[in-house]
Design a protein around this ligand. Structure first.
Ligand SMILES: Cc1cc2nc3c(=O)[nH]c(=O)nc-3n(C[C@H](O)[C@H](O)[C@H](O)COP(=O)(O)OP(=O)(O)OC[C@H]3O[C@@H](n4cnc5c(N)ncnc54)[C@H](O)[C@@H]3O)c2cc1C
Length: 402
């Protein structure tokens, strides 16, 4: 049994069924549809060029095509560990032999801009994206609170639709939590070129609805921004409520071991909702690849395997003509930083620990980043000078015997 229809839950269910074809595998999702990919929600879905139905996580035949039973519109409200049952909102009890919790994360709300207030948007689900896409069609001025990945992707999409966009970000640069200064500056510049006005070092002080249906946003610098549409991108928090209520160990997320096992050996967890052992202690990640890979391990282990989760972390973001990707774990103190300039706007910044790539941040370097991932996975030593030389294909490093 799997709770949650994001990539972690879907891959857990598919892999559990693949590992044990005789087992009945069911996925419980509180959303109304076949599980879909979230990354297009802030991009193609807002631009109106795709819908969630175009991107089912389980592929064109859905979960049924993998022999997994999907229960949509079904919220799990409790886990009865003693009886090995889950309880649904309608009071049904469903028995499990092994359970995977993949409840993901929920948006972090700003109290003065509550979810559900008129013209205030948070973006997590297809339903959120469709309502926002509708309002963007007539919006004059969008204010985005938060210059992180989702806030900036929404800003880029809105600007491409011709909406005037202002972003307020309290830190001194955009994407400060995920990018180096150079990449932040490139992203900021792309937004500036497309007319997005970004106010750095600026927090939200207050927000009040106006009689004309606009919202007056007061910033920490004393400025008043009048918006007819507000999007809050203030991050997400792990949805570990179900697990905590069931007495599982939680600590800003469900705590699991390297095999995705929670404090109950019959219960596994994966994706945005977990904290798992990383190279420097427990970590939590909120990205698609992690959710997919960890979900797959949790599912296999729930079906009897004993796999360890050790995927190389990565993320991506698309804004205007920039495709930004990070792969690896940034070291606290890299021994060396190397920059590799490719053709046009393509570039990768590497952080090395000894002769090994620990982390790479690329812009418009999709193919090379795939090779970098393999270099990190195989722990191949590299020569920094050669790494910086764009005339030497990165694939050459893979030919070295390990
Ligand atoms: C707008 C947006 C854009 C993104 N873009 C990118 C990107 O470009 N690149 C990238 O790497 N990552 C991106 N991400 C992040 C990525 O989508 C998430 O990390 C990933 O979806 C996490 O997967 P998950 O399965 O752990 O959880 P989720 O995808 O959050 O899925 C959890 C599911 O569980 C359901 N659920 C929760 N509680 C219950 C319950 N009690 N009963 C039943 N169902 C329940 C939820 O409704 C949800 O459907 C984006 C996220 C968003 C929101």
């Amino acid at each position: 049994m799997v709770i949650g229809g994001g990539p972690a839950g879907v891959f857990a269910a598919i892999e559990a069924k693949r590992r044990d074809p005789q087992a009945a595998v069911a996925l419980i999702s509180d959303e109304p549809c076949e599980p879909y990919e979230r990354p297009p929600l802030s991009k193609a879905v807002l631009l109106g060029t795709a819908s969630a139905a175009d991107a089912p996580i389980a592929g064109p035949k859905g979960l049924a095509g993998h022999g997994v039973i999907l229960e949509c519109n079904t919220r799990c409200t409790a886990i009865d560990r003693a009886a090995q049952n889950i309880v649904t909102a309608s009071g049904r009890r469903l028995a499990y032999d092994a359970l995977v919790i993949a409840t993901g994360s929920v948006v972090r709300q700003i109290p003065v801009l509550p979810l559900g207030a008129p013209h205030v948007h948070y973006l997590r689900t297809e339903a959120h994206a469709q309502v926002l896409a509708g309002e963007l069609k007539t919006a004059q001025h969008l204010v985005v609170v938060g210059g992180g990945l989702i806030g900036l992707e929404v800003a880029a999409s809105a600007a491409e639709l011709g909406v005037k966009v202002t972003v307020i970000e309290m830190l001194p640069r955009v994407l400060a939590r995920v990018c180096d200064e150079d990449t932040s500056a490139r992203v900021h510049d792309a937004h500036r070129r497309h007319g997005v006005d970004i106010h750095l070092g600026t927090a939200l002080a207050d927000a009040q609805p106006e009689p004309d249906a606009r919202i007056a946003l007061k910033t920490s610098t004393g400025e008043i921004l009048m918006a007819d549409l507000v999007v809050v991108g203030a991050g997400a928090i792990p949805d570990d409520r179900l697990a905590a209520a069931a007495g599982l160990r939680t600590d800003n997320g469900i705590v699991v071991d390297a095999h995705c096992v929670t404090s109950d050996p019959k219960i596994f967890a994966a994706g945005d909702v977990v904290r798992f052992p990383g190279p420097h202690g427990l970590v939590r990640r909120e990205d698609w690849r992690h959710a997919q890979d960890q979900g797959a391990v949790a599912g296999r282990n729930a079906a009897g395997a004993n796999d360890e989760y050790r995927s190389v972390p990565s993320f991506w973001s698309e804004q205007f003509d920039l495709y930004i990707q990070g792969v690896g774990s940034p070291p606290a103190k890299p021994d060396r930083k190397v920059r590799r300039k490719g053709a046009g706007t393509s570039q990768i910044s590497f952080e090395l620990t000894g002769p090994y790539i620990a982390y790479a941040l690329g812009t418009n370097a999709q193919r090379d980043i795939g090779t970098v991932r393999r270099l990190i996975e195989r722990r191949i030593a590299v020569d920094p000078a050669a790494l910086a030389d764009p005339t030497i294909p990165l694939a050459e490093f893979l030919k070295v015997k390990t």
